[in-house]
Design a protein around this ligand. Structure first.
Ligand SMILES: [Ca+2]
Ligand SMILES: [Ca+2]
Ligand SMILES: [Ca+2]
Length: 316
């Protein structure tokens, strides 16, 4: 049993040692090139308003890690200036090179000094790493500087530090976004150790990886609002005139019957022969109770078409 236990221990130990050796001597993952991770970000080739000799250059580290620039170089292709860099540029930070001394930008401390003038007619600058690999450039195609001005002394600023050097990727400081003072306490028309006035991209660098250009989102056209149907005004009903009742003809007065023709004469009834009154007393004969009264009366009599009264005397 003891021999068996010893065998187990030996096997386990061997396996452990083998694993450790595998981890220790495993071929390291190749580090990606730092090309384009540190860029030439701003060039004050015209100096400052205080002095055209007060030139300065700003580098920018587009990665999330500090980069040791020692052993790197920043040279003009014509040989002046030729700067052997020394120092570290912080992650997403700046590295300021002032010409001659620290008063070029009075209120900001330089990371390094250099000598040799930057020609105002144009220079081609190259940034190379310790292996002399070209990391970045400024005005690589030569000729005049693509941006910046000498009067007033405005710097040449990189627009997008993640894009390669090209004339289109440089612009003149806008004169509004500025910082720093020159040796005469004047304003510097540039942005030493600060974001460029013309910067148009926010960067999110990935450590140790060559930053690819941040895809600028294609601005989608603002969706036009769903065309809202403009509510047509509720048509206000045109008030129809209250129909005025057609006046019915006033009932005409009961037409009075127009008497036609001559009124027929009403026949006056022929008085029937009235009994003659008792008549007029014409005399009394006798006395007392034996008295006789005689009266004269008339009686209507007719004879053919003639009519006349006949006198009559009666006594009683
Ligand atoms: Ca300074
Ligand atoms: Ca110059
Ligand atoms: Ca700047």
């Amino acid at each position: 049993m003891d021999k068996f236990k010893k065998l187990i221990v030996i096997l386990l130990f061997t396996t452990l040692v083998s694993s450790v050796f595998t981890l220790l001597f495993k071929s390291p993952t190749p580090v990606k090139s730092l090309t384009n991770t540190v860029v030439i970000n701003e060039v004050a080739w015209a100096g400052t308003e205080a002095s055209d000799a007060d030139e300065w250059i700003e580098l920018f580290n587009a990665t999330g890690s500090d980069v040791d620039l020692t052993g790197w170089s920043l040279n003009a292709t014509d040989g002046v200036p030729a700067i052997a860099l020394n120092g570290t540029i912080p992650a997403n930070g700046f590295f300021l090179l002032e010409r001659t001394d620290d008063t070029t930008i009075k209120d900001i401390t330089a990371n390094q000094f250099f000598t040799g003038a930057l020609g105002n007619d144009g220079e081609s600058l190259e940034l190379r790493n310790t292996s002399s690999e070209l990391v970045d450039s400024a005005n690589a195609d030569g000729g005049a500087w693509p941006a910046g001005s000498s009067s007033p002394a405005k710097t040449m600023e990189r627009i997008n530090p993640l894009l390669a050097d090209s004339d289109d990727n440089w612009a003149t400081n806008d004169g509004a976004t500025i910082n720093g003072t020159d040796s005469a306490d004047g304003t510097i028309l540039g942005t030493p150790k600060a974001a460029n006035s013309v910067l148009n991209l926010s960067i999110t660098p990935t450590e140790g990886v060559t930053p690819t250009q941040e895809p600028t989102p294609i601005p989608t056209t603002e969706p036009t609002a769903e065309p809202t149907v403009v509510p047509t005004e509720e048509p206000t009903p045109i008030p129809t005139e209250e129909p005025t009742p057609i006046p019915t003809a006033e009932p005409t007065a009961e037409p009075t019957a127009i008497p036609t023709g001559e009124p027929s004469p009403t026949l006056t009834p022929v008085p029937s022969p009235q009994p003659t009154p008792q008549g007029m007393v014409i005399g009394v004969l006798g006395f007392g109770t034996n008295r006789t009264t005689c009266r004269l009366s008339f009686r209507l009599a007719s004879f053919g078409f003639l009519r006349f009264f006949l006198p009559r005397i009666s006594c009683s």
